[in-house]
Design a protein around this ligand. Structure first.
Ligand SMILES: Nc1ncnc2c1ncn2[C@@H]1O[C@H](COP(=O)(O)OP(=O)(O)OP(=O)(O)O)[C@@H](O)[C@H]1O
Length: 258
């Protein structure tokens, strides 16, 4: 399935009743089994765009559609946010199977799929733990398992590791890539971390701000595994530098505006 974002524009009214154009003229697609990363400075509209693709916000104009999707059947989405919205009163297992329950899956299907994805994210043995008993990284793993459990057509991730310390973040990036290599889910991933974008993406979409527009699209022509190995270091840094040069000015402006 292919996800098409066609001429999307989003306007908000700010606290001073002024109209703000958060996104303008946004056109791109996410191909089947493609990992697309949206990158850009603070306030460029990354989260707004992800929420529009996920149907959580409506565009002011334009549309998002799922090509090759059977009519009458809603596409399934898996969403992972920065602050994982796990239910505190549910165990890891109960959180992971939440979407399956909503879909009306049988208890047996819930058990099989729930355990499969708990194992996949490395939480075997923590099925009965409650979110408050887990580290930040483990909570994100549970959130990812919950998103994967519904076997989504599209996985949406909004800065899923930004609240983690640097080491946990690196480990989670590696694990996400390994999970992705097994599931090959079409993914839209938001970050303002350039290294993360180059490490994960098939394609990086760089947004500019005021209004948020697509500044450039960069294909990362590196193998999907081992991008951090020595032989790819020079190319990796070239991509990272190219993206930084595109963002630099906007990032400085964003900083001045606080
Ligand atoms: N509900 C809202 N009402 C008014 N303005 C909004 C609303 N949501 C977002 N905006 C504005 O739209 C623009 C884009 O915001 P958005 O949160 O999508 O950016 P972002 O790139 O995800 O930022 P960050 O990296 O800081 O999370 C900003 O100028 C923001 O202030």
């Amino acid at each position: 399935m292919r996800i098409v974002v066609n001429n999307v524009e989003k306007k908000f009214v700010d606290s001073k009743k002024r109209q703000v154009t958060a996104l303008q003229n946004i056109n791109f697609s996410i191909e089947e089994q493609e990992f697309v990363v949206l990158v850009g400075p603070s306030g460029c509209g990354k989260s707004t765009l992800l929420n529009i693709v996920g149907g959580l916000l409506s565009p002011s104009s334009g549309e998002v559609y799922f090509e090759g999707h059977s009519l009458g059947k809603e596409p399934k989405l898996g969403i992972v946010f920065q602050e994982i919205a796990l239910f505190p009163w549910r165990t890891v297992y109960e959180n992971v199977v939440f979407g399956l329950e909503e879909q009306g899956a049988s208890k047996q299907v819930q058990r099989e799929k729930g355990q499969h994805f708990i194992d996949m994210v490395g939480l075997t043995g923590f099925e009965s733990a409650y979110p408050k008993q887990l580290s930040g990284g483990m909570r994100q793993r549970a959130g990812i398992a919950r998103a994967l459990a519904v076997e989504p057509d599209l996985l949406l991730m909004d800065e899923p590791f930004s609240a983690l310390d640097a080491q946990s973040r690196t480990i989670m990036q590696e694990e996400l890539l390994s999970i992705w290599n097994r599931t090959k889910l079409s993914t839209l991933y938001v970050t303002h971390n350039i290294q993360e974008a180059v490490y994960l993406a098939d394609r990086v979409i760089v947004l500019s701000r005021h209004p948020g527009q697509i500044k450039q699209v960069i294909h990362i022509d590196l193998p999907k595994t081992g991008r951090d190995q020595d032989q790819h270091r020079a190319a990796f840094e070239r991509y990272a530098d190219e993206i930084w040069q595109l963002i630099r000015h906007d990032a400085q402006e964003a900083l001045k505006e606080g």
